[in-house]
Design a protein around this ligand. Structure first.
Ligand code: ADP
Ligand code: MG
Length: 366
């Protein structure tokens, strides 16, 4: 690879991406938490190979799911990022890329995307990688990098980087895309120019902080809102003056346990309905584009409208489905995996009557 020229490398990279497909689904299993251990939960999830995971719903009901990669409990943040790294090259090449995490509250979505100071997740690593590329290509290209942060709570869009107290409401506006189709753009969204990875990290931490403050004020915790970090890059060739734009959206979705839930009343009900609507719409959009449907139903929710130019078409999408390993969460985990399989149009394999032995083996490993 080292002997290949830039052009060949890029071609190689793109062919590799092509092979990987426009939508990839990764499943990450988190370690058991304290509550699950104290609860004497058993392990109900078993990674059969790097692409296959089995869940024991009951002693006799084992369900098997296949994805592009399974990350077991022992996976490190660096190992997970290694599988996402190529997305940054795609942004530089002018693609729109989406990375999002799906799963019940506490399954590890925010951990996967943001992590901690000593164990940073995908998002801070992507930010760093972006500026590695900026430095690498700075002789040939001029870069302009901008960040936006949006929270979607109960069909209301909040601009987390707008410091003004009574800033205008964000609304969608249609625009003509390069290929002639109509895209949706958020009018009035704050875009902060950033010049370095530490600049970007600072902006992101400001947005994250603002998410928390507003969440408390509105009595909404992070599990009830969708949270998007959007990084836009414009690359201009210094010689030819030609420019291209790429974009990466990093989306921390609301907890999926609210999907299908009704019976709660008041504010909770409104939230559940909105989350339901948006997660269902997202699943429908992904299914439509994996099936190569003529019409992609972006219009069904603000979430899919917001992600419209980064889902389907020539965009590349990476979905994480985060799950708990525990028996007490197995129903929620299966429901998350089914959602991911439906989006990817993968038939899952339900095995019955042969789960008992493997379950005992998994429990013994604990
Ligand atoms: P979510 O965002 O899906 O609601 P979090 O990412 O906040 O869940 O994870 C819940 C808790 O579990 C956090 O305290 C987080 O630190 C921990 N956690 C999640 N995944 C992992 C992991 N792979 N390794 C270590 N700790 C994890
Ligand atoms: Mg979270």
């Amino acid at each position: 690879l080292r002997n290949l020229g830039d052009k060949q490398l890029r071609q190689f990279h793109n062919e590799l991406q092509e092979l990987k497909g426009a939508l990839r689904v990764f499943c990450r299993i988190r370690p058991m938490n304290k509550r699950e251990r104290e609860n004497h939960d058993t392990i109900a999830v078993e990674m059969l190979d790097p692409f296959t995971v089995a869940l024991d719903k009951t002693a006799t009901d084992r369900q098997v799911f296949a994805y592009d990669t399974i990350f077991p409990e022992s996976s490190t943040q660096a190992e997970v990022f290694a599988e996402c790294r190529s997305m940054v090259q795609s942004v530089i090449d002018g693609y729109n890329v989406t990375v999002f995490t799906y799963g019940q509250t506490g399954a590890g979505k925010t951990w996967t995307l943001y992590g901690s100071g000593s164990e940073p997740g995908i998002s801070p690593r992507i930010c760093e990688e972006i500026f590695n590329f900026v430095q690498r290509d700075s002789e040939k290209l001029d870069f302009s990098v901008k960040a936006s942060m949006i929270e979607l709570y109960c069909a209301e869009l909040r601009d987390l980087l707008n410091k003004a107290k009574d800033h205008p409401k964000l609304e969608f506006k249609g625009y003509r895309q390069a290929d002639g189709s109509v895209g949706q753009r958020l009018e009035g969204m704050t875009e902060v120019p950033v010049a370095s990875s530490s600049d970007l990290a600072q902006v992101v931490s400001q947005g994250l902080g603002s998410r928390k403050v507003r969440a408390t004020a509105m009595n909404a915790d992070s599990s009830r809102s969708h949270f998007l970090l959007i990084i836009t890059m414009e690359m201009t060739d210094k010689e030819t003056g030609r420019s291209r734009t790429g974009k990466i959206s990093i989306v921390d979705l609301a907890g999926s346990e609210r999907l299908g839930k009704s019976g709660v009343s008041g504010e909770g009900q409104k939230e559940a309905i909105e989350i339901n609507k948006s997660l269902t719409a997202l699943g429908d959009v992904m299914m439509a584009f994996t099936q190569k449907a003529k019409v992609i139903p972006y219009r069904n929710s603000k979430l899919t409208q917001l992600m419209q130019d980064s889902l389907g078409g020539t965009a590349k999408t990476l979905m994480f489905v985060n799950i708990s390993p525990s028996s007490s969460n197995v129903d929620e985990s299966i429901s998350s995996l089914k959602y991911a399989s439906r989006a990817r149009c993968i038939e899952n394999d339900v095995q019955t009557n042969n789960g008992a032995g493997k379950k005992a083996a998994a429990a013994a490993r604990k």
